[in-house]
Design a protein around this ligand. Structure first.
Ligand code: SF4
Ligand code: SF4
Length: 439
């Protein structure tokens, strides 16, 4: 069996998939859901309900604030209490709809579609259903899926790549979804294939998920337009450009989009959400979140309603261990530390990682010893030490000239640096500031 990967750079952190065998369980509804109006890249959504309104599970509560935006639906039956600013896990204030769930939660009723009806859907129908359901990229990017499926004029994609790499250490939400919902994921990917006019689906799964590979292979058996590619365990294998190269051998041009290499990449959870929207008529208002950490007793994969406070998620599974130093939203490589647990889960939340002091502390940085290890591991062929230095000296234009915009923010450079230099922090700064120069 040939195992594929991208060519340049990459690292091999310990996988630490502590929850790989924890099948998804639903968490209880919180007493109060705080549903942020910014759930995707793009303008915040606009509320269509007011305080005092009673809503049903799956009812539209906010409309996309533009084409690059997403609808938001209530995860439960309940009463809208307020629309007011709430804090994100990173401490930013954003408007949110606060819903208090009813004591009784009737089984949500949606108008699903039979096979014949699904077969008759046109590409435009599928894109409209995906937009209506508020689906965004669930790998963390939260790019609205209907926008991704609406190819820019003159562009064509021949391949849908299903991202089942899940290369971030600790995260297992995609793994368990593939093991339990493989047929639905493949069906969702084929709907995206039809929506875009692509000719094939390639499902890429890292080699360290044998059960998921087996399930996806079984679901794809006998379907001529679906291939399964086993990927080497290497970070950042799940990054779009690296995944396209591994699965197709094609290179996305610098500054280009996946579609410039004829591909569209969608996470397996996004494909599942597309299937739910089309076949069940269910909008996106809950997702699987990996809640994990070396000393977290109740760790597992949980189906969490959007808007559930992080604190509630953690308390429901036994609370934080005494030695907790840091809580990260997402994985340890690309996730962001939470500054407050009072903030809610969002559509983009793939994981909650609880780290003890011994693993959370940053070492004091030493001077750069020009070892070039950061250059060797950079999957984009950049010179991270140089970009960080330019960022430190506020030389934004020079950083732009040296390609800082191409940085994936994967963190391979910071991970490998023997001097513990805060390389990515400076690169992020340079990236943000050099972007402003263009305006
Ligand atoms: S964070 Fe950016 S500069 Fe560092 S290795 Fe990743 S792509 Fe390269
Ligand atoms: S890995 Fe660290 S020490 Fe080595 S060149 Fe890069 S920044 Fe300098």
């Amino acid at each position: 069996m040939s195992i594929k990967t991208f060519r340049k750079g990459g690292i091999h952190p310990d996988a630490d998939k502590l929850t790989a065998d924890c099948m998804p369980e639903r968490t209880p509804l919180a007493d109060k859901l705080t549903i942020m109006l910014s759930q995707s890249i793009g303008a915040p959504s606009q509320p269509v309900v007011a305080a005092g309104a009673h809503v049903a599970a799956g009812e539209l509560i906010a409309k996309a604030g533009g084409f690059v935006g997403s609808n938001i639906h209530s995860p439960c039956a309940g009463t809208v209490k307020k629309i007011e600013p709430a804090r994100t896990p990173q401490g930013l204030w954003q408007n949110a709809i606060i819903i208090v769930p009813d004591a009784e939660q009737p089984e949500p009723q949606f108008a699903g579609r039979g096979d014949a009806e699904i077969q008759a859907l046109t590409p435009a129908d599928i894109i409209a259903i995906v937009a209506e359901a508020g689906i965004v990229g669930l790998g963390g990017a939260t790019f609205p899926t209907h926008v991704k499926l609406s190819l820019p004029p003159g562009k064509k994609a021949d391949t849908i790549i299903l991202n089942g790499a899940e290369c971030e250490p600790y995260l297992t939400c995609d793994d368990v979804l593939m093991r339990t919902r493989a047929r639905e994921i493949i069906a969702g990917a084929r709907l995206m294939k039809k929506a875009t006019g692509a000719g094939r689906v390639i499902a890429g799964v890292e080699e360290n998920k044998p059960e998921a590979i087996k399930a996806i292979r079984e679901a794809a058996a006998g379907i001529p337009d679906v291939e399964v590619t086993v990927l080497k365990k290497k970070y950042p294998q799940g990054s779009e450009k690296q995944l396209i190269q591994a699965c197709t051998g094609r290179v996305v041009p610098a500054g280009g989009l996946p579609v410039d290499a004829g591909a569209i990449v969608d996470n397996v959870a996004t494909a599942y959400a597309v299937w739910e929207a089309v076949a069940l008529g269910k909008p996106l208002y809950e997702r699987i979140v990996t809640v994990t950490g070396p000393n977290l007793e109740g760790r597992g994969n949980y189906i969490v309603a959007v808007g559930t406070p992080l604190e509630t998620i953690i308390n429901d599974i036994g609370g934080l261990p005494d030695d907790t130093e840091k809580v990260v939203c997402g994985g340890p490589m690309m996730g962001k530390a939470a500054s407050t647990l009072d903030s809610p889960s969002t559509k983009g939340l793939s994981g909650v990682l609880v780290l003890p002091e011994s693993m959370a502390m940053r070492r004091k940085p030493d001077p750069c010893i020009r070892c070039a290890r950061c250059v060797e591991v950079c999957p984009m062929g950049l010179e991270p030490y140089m970009l960080a230095q330019l960022g430190g000296h506020k030389r934004w234009a020079d950083a732009a000239t040296r390609g800082v915009a191409n940085c994936l923010e994967c963190g391979c450079c910071s991970y490998i640096c023997p001097s513990s230099r805060p390389i990515l922090d400076f690169i992020r700064l340079a990236k943000a500031e050099s972007r402003k120069l263009k305006k």
